[in-house]
Design a protein. Structure first.
Length: 74
């Protein structure tokens, strides 16, 4: 699993549950940051969504769901 894979899972989950366009959700999520496992052993990636209040709220919920299933990326 790579940062790209995680971002695509986030985007597809958002479209499936909330509608909208994949391109817009990619913009909302932005780039996925990956951290070393030595400093972040439980979940080594992070997304900092930006957009409207509603978009960020939905994105943060989706990040929580996806990070529980896919906590580690390469």
């Amino acid at each position: 699993m790579t940062a790209y894979d995680v971002r695509e899972i986030l985007v597809r989950t958002m479209v499936r549950h909330n509608g909208g366009q994949m391109m817009r959700w990619r913009q909302v999520f932005g780039e996925i940051r990956v951290y070393p496992l030595s400093t972040h052993p439980h979940c080594n990636w992070r997304a900092d969504p930006s957009g409207s209040v509603r978009e960020v709220e939905l994105a943060e919920r989706t990040i929580d769901l996806v990070s529980a299933k896919h906590p580690i990326v390469e």
